[in-house]
Design a protein around this ligand. Structure first.
Ligand code: UDP
Length: 473
């Protein structure tokens, strides 16, 4: 790790991620990176309800501050503030209501006051706001207090580019019009061509008047006022898109953002208690186990879960399946087919949550059945685990397009509804025929590319320094 340089200017950034696992993880890791190697003071802002969930998931870290064990030598200040709703409000179950509160409710006022307090009272003086791109008032607050605003984008640049040009999609009849065109989209700067079915799911929804939709649309108006965009991707992975975006605004590809190995396991960000799968994995041959996870948000019907369960069982492939609490929103007591766990005993492990990085880096893992959440895609490429893709919603469709069509490091599970026969056949062929094949060759090339980007002189390393040079001016 690069040592902080005492001659360099000290910056003080307020970092505010969305209170979701896939946004929290890169924000925490990026904060650690800035504080440990780039002379930054960080004030990490989060919400009480999220803090409570993290500390309940990991009682060992039951302190007021998730950074407390990483603090030595780092100036990271942690503040978990109320979000204005009762702690017991079901934010996951009432997602659209919660987003409505963030959009039109009291969240803006709360943040405005909190940031004002920090700006008035902090030493060193706060000079930059690094705020998740999905907060639709980020740049407004930064401007009000004379701070630089860096919009923190936790998905690929392709998705940013598509949302940014939503007006073009509408003009050309691919979004929000009576007769939606089905031919490929070939007019977005930096995107050769993309099938409409590979767009983000929100652009396919019949009702686009929800709070979630409004929040996305408003955020992409707000982003136009940001001073910088920090994107958790790598220039060489998405070069055309990034070049095209750089013509419009200062965007810095600074990924992949992971926790530095020396800080690993020190800051706990998990929203659920992690089951240990390593002992079990240790009993399995190399590349024999399929890791199955659909991330922190995707919901399924009970029937989908049953089909996946049979697909796994009948494939005869060993597996670890992360079946997160509330994968089915209104779950019954018997989510899995009767006797499932006995039938797969010794062959399969079903856990509510785990340490994904530890699992993916284990030599027994041979493939990842994934929803294609962006962090999972980066994790999988980093540990050279080919992907079997089953996107569910949001950016997972364009992410799958990148993984399967552009980078050729994964294949699709099935077209639409998961059906056991198709799942069984795909898992078998993915784990047996694809072993050591083209996917592995491609993924090892990409792994090198990701690694090089983070080396001194690598693209992400240079881009991060460039971002800091901008702040220095
Ligand atoms: N993750 C984890 N344990 C699990 C499943 C996921 O630690 O059992 C982490 C994973 O490493 C990633 C995040 O949770 O950092 C999920 O983010 P992603 O973008 O993949 O999906 P999302 O949850 O946003 O849909």
């Amino acid at each position: 790790m690069e040592a902080p340089n005492s001659d360099k200017k000290v910056h003080h950034a307020i970092v505010l991620p969305l209170p979701l696992q896939g946004h929290l993880n890169p924000a925490v890791n990026f904060s650690l990176k800035l504080a440990s190697s780039k002379n930054f003071t960080i004030t990490f802002l989060t919400f009480e309800f999220l803090h409570q969930q993290i500390t309940q998931a990991c009682p060992r870290d039951n302190s007021d501050d998730i950074f407390s064990r990483a603090r030595t030598g780092l100036d990271i200040r942690y503040r978990a503030i109320p979000d204005g709703l009762p702690l017991e409000f079901d934010r996951a179950g009432k997602g659209d209501e919660f987003v409505g509160w963030c959009l039109h409710g009291g969240m803006f006022d709360l943040m405005d006051k909190e940031i004002e307090k920090l700006v008035l009272n902090s030493n060193p003086k706060v000079d930059v706001l690094i705020i998740d791109s999905f907060y639709p008032w980020a740049s407004k607050i930064a401007k009000k207090f004379g701070l630089r605003s860096a919009s923190f984008w936790t998905e690929p640049a392709l998705v940013f580019n598509l949302y940014y040009h939503i007006h073009l999609l509408k003009q050309h009849g691919h979004f929000d019009c009576p007769d939606i065109r089905k031919d490929p989209i070939d007019y977005i700067p930096g995107v050769d061509s993309i099938d409409p079915q590979d767009l983000m799911s929100y652009l396919h929804d019949k009702d686009i008047s929800t709070n979630i939709h409004n929040s996305i649309f408003q955020s992409f108006q707000e982003i136009r006022l940001a001073d910088y965009v920090l994107c958790n991707t790598v220039e060489e992975l998405e070069s055309n898109t990034i070049l095209a975006l750089q013509d419009i605004m200062p965007i810095f590809a600074i990924g992949p953002i992971f926790q530095s190995e020396s800080l690993e396991n020190i800051v706990s960000t998990s929203l659920w208690a992690k089951s240990n799968c390593l002992e079990w994995l240790g009993t399995k041959p190399n590349c024999s186990v399929l890791y199955v996870s659909f991330g922190s948000l995707a919901n399924f019907t009970q029937n989908d879960v049953v089909e996946i369960a049979y697909g796994l069982m009948e494939s005869n492939v060993d597996f670890i399946w992360v079946l997160r609490p509330r994968t089915v929103l209104h779950e019954s007591n018997h989510l899995l087919p009767m006797g499932f766990e006995d039938l797969v005993c010794g062959r399969g492990m079903v856990v509510p949550w785990t340490n994904q990085i530890a699992v993916l880096s284990h030599p027994a893992i041979g493939g990842f059945l994934t929803h294609c959440g962006w962090n999972s895609v980066l994790d999988s490429m980093w540990y050279e685990v080919p992907m079997l893709c089953f996107p569910v919603f949001s950016d997972q469709f364009p992410n799958q397009k990148l993984v399967v069509d552009d980078w050729k490091v994964g294949i699709n599970l099935c077209k639409e509804k998961p059906l056991r026969k198709e799942i069984t056949a795909q898992i078998k062929s993915f784990m047996i025929q694809h072993k050591g094949n083209e996917l592995r060759k491609h993924i090892s090339v990409l792994r090198k590319l990701l690694g090089n980007a983070l080396e001194d002189g690598g693209s992400s390393s240079k881009n991060l320094d460039l971002f800091i040079e901008h702040l220095d001016q």
